[in-house]
Write a protein that binds this ligand. Sequence first.
Ligand SMILES: Cc1cc2nc3c(=O)[nH]c(=O)nc-3n(C[C@H](O)[C@H](O)[C@H](O)COP(=O)(O)O)c2cc1C
Length: 421
Amino acid sequence: MGYNPDVARIVLGVCGSVAAYRACEVARELIHRGHEVHVVMTPHATRLIAPATFAALTGNPVTVDVFDEAQPGQITHIRLAQDADLILIAPATAHTIARLALGLADDMLTTLALATRAPILVAPAMNPAMWTHPATQAHVQMLQARGVEFIDPTYGVMACGDEGWGKIADTPTMIEVVERRLKRTQELAGIHVLVTAGPTYEPIDPVRFIGNRSSGKMGYAVAQAAAERGAEVTLISGPTALDPPAGVKCIRVQTAEQMLQAVQEHFEACDVFISVAAVADYRPERVYPLKRKRSQRAWTLRLVPNPDILGTVAPRKGHRLVVGFAAETGKAIEYAREKLQRKGLDLIAVNDVLEPQSGFEVDTTRLTLLYADGSVEPLPLLPKRIAAHRLMDAVVERLHILAGKSGVPDRSHLPDSFKSP
Ligand SMILES: Cc1cc2nc3c(=O)[nH]c(=O)nc-3n(C[C@H](O)[C@H](O)[C@H](O)COP(=O)(O)O)c2cc1C
């Protein structure tokens, strides 16, 4: 892995905002910190500031036209998209935010943003009415749900004289967010994270099963967040309609017993186990080999308990960090604390699935993190992608604490960043 967050290749996207001149300051500061900067401008941005300014500042050609081929034979937007460690769009206009949200690719910047797997940071700049407009806010939410990080605009007086929220963030803030994000992309390098996700299906006969309403979205978001931080991720997934996140090894299973077997196979090799799957507590005692025919007689289905996956592997946790999830109703925190203690977990994330917008199938969740030391961290209602990153922040912090504790079993296999307190 040759990537060094201290010297990154950054694509700086510049849009047609009056704040376009601020991108010069940002480019200079990034270069000053040793990064390589490639500027991509929207055609409207070139009406406000000349590409030659950025070319002179960065020492690299500036790209505007998608048909511009700096090097014959190379498709510029794909090369830039693949080579970039991070895309920063500053300033981002309402128009470009809308195009990004919709996945339009009608100029170089939006085409590149669609083609890249690099993290995208967006620093909006616009009139307060444009920023607070429901259309803009809806686009921001769509992008956040896909993992795009926003560097929020500040309050102030605009170039047009209006006062409100919409001024582009100051340069030190933008630089700090960029540096933090670059470090984050490698902070779990060398760590193996095992995640379970989705429901399990417990067959009744070849046609019917007992399942639950888990969509897998939270578990997939956790797997993705770990992969985005450089971890080697194995995702053991029950049946879902989701595509596995890029770079994640996905093992698909159907039943709780299959999930347990897969977890046992991969648990030894992992450093962090995050159990997000909604595993069926019971399964039919008997699976009918043929479809059971309808009749008017009552039918009793006898259920037997399924294996408790977390309960089976948690006692063998050793040096590993073990994280549980609890989707509860009613006394959610109380139930989760009891589960945390009974299973000897390091951390449990609990949500009350009866709360609107925080449960199965939706894209948002309100998690409360409960730690083994008794501390409690309530998170706000967040897109699952963001909540997953907040959970990973907690995981990284716990790994550092574990690595720093005296008497902790051998951690020589962990990367250097986890060896010292
Ligand atoms: C002088 C001037 C300043 C502008 N400033 C902004 C701005 O700060 N934010 C914004 O969203 N649009 C601003 N606009 C409008 C955008 O340029 C316009 O919506 C354009 O279509 C954006 O295109 P782009 O996103 O491809 O750069 C400004 C226009 C002009 C003429």
